[in-house]
Design a protein around this ligand. Structure first.
Ligand code: 8Y4
Length: 376
């Protein structure tokens, strides 16, 4: 039976000096960890779990059985990896970059006619959608995520031609505004037309599984891609997951998909990973994933989290409707920032950007606070 190892950060710190230097920075973000759970599982079941401090990690890794040693060393290096900025190719030539050393906000621009149920009341009216996009940019969104296919449970399928008609003109308008643009689609034709129209990033909730041509297209385009976990088939993303341990199963799935996509020719520096909050997961499974976010740095890639207005917030707050989930969305965005998530996909951009700026102010202050050292 194959054994797997996981190094999960369990004690997070707001600065390295608060742990007297005995903390490591996670994923190049403004978060540090001082203790880790070294978890081994065999045949899906956790068979051992021990806590290890930073100073003890080299010995703990050296003492691992041979079949786990390489994974341990790789994850320990991945946890501490500082990610280069995302490089976005501009249509007129040249590049622009998105820094990953501070949380970045991705604003959702939903062009589907049923976006009302998300609280996106502009439907597919291009003028209102354009105004909404420029407001999100003005408020500090680093990326606009344009989508024309609803992936909500039970949503009607969208014809490819309709998806193209909704998305491509909007991508053109956003490109003219100078936005960094991701396109939320599972279809290679929509990816290709959007990239040609000025989009920069592919956000595929099927992790490039829906159509095998997506993988080739992503590789040849050179665009960064977001690979999101969903347990079901690529055409049924809300099918129930049958998890042994949701956190570790999602980790294994993302690790395998990362390797497949890199093997197909996507540069490692262009792969962003996402645990897929709300896709084929119960409320308690979503909560477990939000709590375990720091583990996902061990995959060695930038992390994106999309929890905005999702059902788990309603479930925890007397079934608040989608447009009444701002407080819960901010709580989950802050949780993601504390875990060192690099990109937050949200509906409520001004409020989330404000939360991120206040959070950064707190972290900056913690980094210049040497009072704890002086007392030591
Ligand atoms: C209310 C509001 C109820 C929103 C449901 C929803 C993700 C994503 C979606 C995500 C990435 C959604 C396109 C689902 N979620 N892309 N897309 N990560 N990368 N549902 O979590 O927002 S759509």
């Amino acid at each position: 039976m194959t054994r797997m190892l996981y190094i999960r950060p369990i004690a997070l710190a707001e600065s390295p000096q608060s742990e007297e230097g005995e903390a490591v920075r996670l994923g190049g973000a403004m978060v540090w960890a001082s203790r880790f759970a070294l978890i081994v599982r065999e045949g899906g079941k956790v068979v051992s779990r021990r806590r290890v401090a930073v100073a003890g990690m080299p010995a703990a890794l050296a003492a691992l059985p041979a079949d786990l040693g390489a994974a341990g060393e790789a994850q320990w290096a991945n946890l501490r990896k500082v990610h280069a900025p995302l490089h976005l190719a501009l249509n007129g030539g040249g590049t622009r970059t998105i820094r990953l050393d501070q949380p970045q906000v991705m604003g959702i621009l939903n062009m589907t006619p049923d976006s009302f149920s998300d609280g996106g009341e502009f439907l597919d009216n291009p003028r209102i959608a354009g105004d909404h996009a420029s407001a999100m940019l003005e408020a500090g969104a680093a990326i606009i995520d344009v989508g024309g296919e609803s992936t909500r449970p039970g949503a009607a399928a969208v014809w490819e031609g309709d998806e193209l008609k909704r998305v491509v003109p909007m991508v053109e308008r956003l490109a003219a505004m100078g936005a960094a643009i991701s396109v939320d689609t599972r279809r290679p034709a929509v990816m290709e037309a959007s990239l040609a129209a000025g989009a920069h990033i592919i956000n595929d909730v099927s992790a490039l599984r829906y159509d095998p041509r997506s993988l080739e297209l992503a590789a040849s385009s050179g665009a960064p891609v977001v690979l999101m976990h969903a347990p079901g088939r690529a055409d049924d993303l809300h099918a129930d997951g049958d998890y042994t341990d949701v956190v570790l199963d999602v980790f294994d799935w993302l690790a395998a998909r990362r390797d497949e996509v890199i093997a197909a020719g996507v540069a490692p520096g262009r792969v962003v990973l996402d645990p897929g909050i709300g896709f084929g997961k119960s409320v308690s499974e979503n909560l477990a994933l939000m709590n375990a976010l720091p583990l996902f740095h061990a995959l060695g890639q930038p992390l994106l989290v999309g929890a905005s207005r999702k059902r788990m917030i309603g479930a925890l707050s007397g079934e608040a409707q989608a447009h009444q989930r701002l407080g819960g969305s901010i709580a989950l965005a802050v949780r993601a920032m504390e875990a060192g998530a690099h990109i937050l996909r949200v509906h409520d951009v001004p409020e989330t950007v404000q939360a991120a700026r206040v959070w950064r102010g707190l972290r900056d202050a913690a980094l210049t606070d040497f009072a704890q050292l002086a007392e030591a």
